[in-house]
Design a protein around this ligand. Structure first.
Ligand code: AP5
Length: 225
């Protein structure tokens, strides 16, 4: 499995990538986790990128590409969560994969409307002990996870709005980018229950008979705006 999970902040990329990784053994490569880990460790890179993360801006492309490339080289099967986020990053990914002689198999787009995403991100908590992602109301932490359960600094209403605007402006165009390359894509309804979303993604990865961009890619996105 070598797939990219695309979708706005709060659509469930991290949640689904964790579940898919457990089910398939593919490595979950989450650039947001890499960014937070550098910040937490107070490395020189972490200090350089903290401001971008905290205000909901993108870390510069060249830094992100430099962080992801070595991880890609050591993983055989992977689920990319949060990368690429710009056309520059998508081109860098293409080049890196070409040099490694491997192909990107699928792009799966998780779709949910912005008002749902605002609610999800406001209630999101992540376990410091296990890294698992929860929601206070819809997916509360189980008793066996010791926590503590942390609210991210970028999950404030103003920052969430900024991140979503950035997604629509800079990341959504990737759908056109991948469509133009004839890459197999599938839009998945991210408002369905967690297990249903996981099943749908697995089916999309397995079946190979994905809908054409004109019918499946744009219509649900436009209708839900
Ligand atoms: P990152 O950590 O990737 O944040 P994000 O893109 O804002 O995405 P989120 O983690 O907010 O959303 P998600 O889709 O993973 O949702 P989740 O599964 O948690 O990046 C953080 C920062 O790092 C960026 O802002 C940027 O500064 C930097 N960065 C990272 N990558 C970069 C790149 N490539 N280029 C430049 N900068 C980069 O779910 C959200 C909530 O919804 C949870 O509470 C969950 O329980 C709930 N939920 C999920 N699915 C469902 C469902 N089906 N039903 C009900 N609730 C659900």
């Amino acid at each position: 499995m070598r797939i990219v999970l695309l979708g706005p902040q709060g659509a469930g990329k991290g949640t689904q990538a964790q579940r898919l990784s457990t089910l398939t053994g593919a490595q979950h490569i989450a650039t947001g986790d890499m960014v937070r880990s550098e910040i937490q460790a107070n490395t020189a890179l972490g200090r350089a990128i903290k401001g971008y993360n905290d205000r909901g801006a993108f870390v510069p492309d060249e830094l992100m590409v430099a962080m992801v490339q070595p991880v890609l080289q050591t993983a055989r099967n992977w689920i990319l969560d949060g990368f690429p986020r710009t056309v520059v990053q998508a081109r860098a990914l293409d080049t890196a994969l070409h040099e490694m002689g491997v192909t990107l198999e699928r792009v799966v787009i998780l779709h949910a409307p912005d008002d749902e995403l605002m609610v999800r991100l406001a209630g999101r908590r992540q376990s410091q002990a296990t890294g698992r992602i929860y929601h206070l109301l819809t997916n509360p932490p189980p008793k066996h996870d010791p926590g503590p359960f942390i609210q991210r600094v970028d999950d404030t209403p103003a920052t969430i709005r900024r991140r979503l605007a950035l997604y629509h402006a800079a990341t959504e165009p990737l759908q056109e980018y991948y469509a133009a390359r004839g890459l197999l894509m599938r839009v998945v309804d991210a408002c369905a229950p967690l297990a249903t979303v996981t099943e749908t993604i697995l089916h999309a990865v397995d079946d190979g008979c994905l809908s054409s961009p004109s019918t499946s890619l744009h219509a649900p996105l436009d209708a839900a705006r």
